[in-house]
Design a protein around this ligand. Structure first.
Ligand SMILES: [Zn+2]
Length: 374
């Protein structure tokens, strides 16, 4: 079906100025506004058409494209402003009105559009979930008990007679554009469009009861302290047949680990070996977040040496790889010696094998730390 010319829709000529375009649209918007034409689908169609025409003609770039190519400029996948698929929605249109009617100085047109059915949403609930590093490493399903407000079984609702179910009441006001209807939230039903006709014992004034429910929460691997997850529909319900449930917002807390330190997706671990182990070499078992790993300590290992276990850290929540597990080697120097030991070390004081000789090819401790953070 051929689309009607935008200039024709607004009843203006191609040479119309910006001010003339705006004025013409104001006229159309008032004439066809849904609040003034309840239930009139032709008026609504005209209202949408005018909004679409104004959206294009009020924008210099879009207007230039329209003048050159006509409707073809906005059709197809490259279509500007998303109009290819058939018109604007009401929210888009009402959001233009601040501009058209001068910053909300008019009580005339709310963004609600009284013709639409109100949907009341229940309130959100918030909980905190504590996770260990091990749980964060693999992801986990947590079952939490929540006390939600739900509609009592057996509660019955009926259409609100004050607003006839629309959730809004009309008020006629006089403005410089003439008499206008203003939509305000119905005070009888608080906008729900429904009121209680009967409720069982134990339900509150809105027909709600508190119910304890176990909600499974799937927590993806790699979450961090302060991340908030949303479980849709597991907050409080709202009264009424048309209501929608609130959400359950889950705030992640990280339990500090006894031996591991998290740094983004990397994990740091301080390994202590005794003097003899550092001299002679040994193997050690290290507990990572995903299980035990056996590592080899080479003979002659220096304090500060860092062993990097690639991919044994935490996965990134954005799914770009997994961090590393970094083992910082600390050589424990004995603090007490018996007579025999003391004599041994005294003998070694001037021994060449005991004199520090940092190998040029072996990076110093600080260079390694720099590497790690770069
Ligand atoms: Zn009502």
């Amino acid at each position: 079906m051929a689309k009607q010319d935008f200039y024709e829709i607004l009843g203006i000529s191609k040479s119309a100025t910006k001010a003339e375009i705006k004025k013409a649209y104001r006229k159309m918007a008032i004439k066809y506004h849904p609040d003034k034409n309840p239930g009139d689908t032709t008026a609504e169609e005209n209202f949408k058409k005018a909004a679409e025409a104004y959206e294009i003609l009020s924008d210099e770039n879009k207007k230039a494209r329209y003048d050159q190519y006509g409707h073809a400029a906005f059709d197809g996948p490259q279509g500007g402003g998303g109009f290819g698929g058939g018109g604007m929605n009401m929210d888009d249109i009402f959001s233009q009105f601040g501009d058209i009617f001068g910053g909300g100085g008019f009580g005339g047109f709310g963004s609600g559009g009284g013709h639409r059915q109100a949907r009341v949403k229940g309130s959100n609930m918030r909980i905190r979930v504590k996770l260990t590093l091990e749980e964060i490493a693999k992801g986990v399903e947590k079952k939490v008990k929540v006390r939600r407000k739900v509609q009592a079984s057996g509660v019955k609702y009926k259409t609100c007679t004050t607003c006839n179910g629309s959730g809004q009441v009309m008020r006629v006001t006089n403005t410089i554009l003439g008499r206008m209807q203003t939509a305000t939230t119905c005070s009888t039903c608080s906008g729900a469009g429904e009121i209680i006709s009967s409720k069982p014992n134990g339900a509150d004034a809105q027909g709600m009861v508190v119910k304890e429910e176990t909600v499974p929460i799937n927590i993806p691997a790699g979450v961090t302290e302060g991340v908030q997850l949303k479980v849709g529909g597991k907050g409080n319900d709202a009264p009424g047949k048309n209501s929608i449930s609130g959400d359950l917002l889950v705030l992640i807390e990280e339990v500090p680990h006894e031996t591991l330190k998290r740094e983004g997706t990397n994990i740091h671990y301080d390994l202590y070996v005794n003097f003899s182990e550092a001299v002679l070499g040994t193997s050690k078992e290290v507990e990572t977040v995903t299980g035990k790993v056996k590592i080899k300590i080479e003979p002659g290992t220096q304090s500060g040496k860092i062993l990097r276990l690639k991919g044994k850290g935490l996965p990134s929540i954005e799914r770009y790889g997994t961090g590393d597990f970094l083992i910082h080697t600390n050589v424990w120097t004995p603090q007490e010696l018996n007579k025999e030991q003391k004599q041994f070390f005294e003998k070694m004081l001037d021994d060449d094998n005991f004199s520090p000789n940092p190998n040029k090819s072996d990076k110093s401790f600080f260079e390694k730390v720099k590497d790690m953070f770069s």
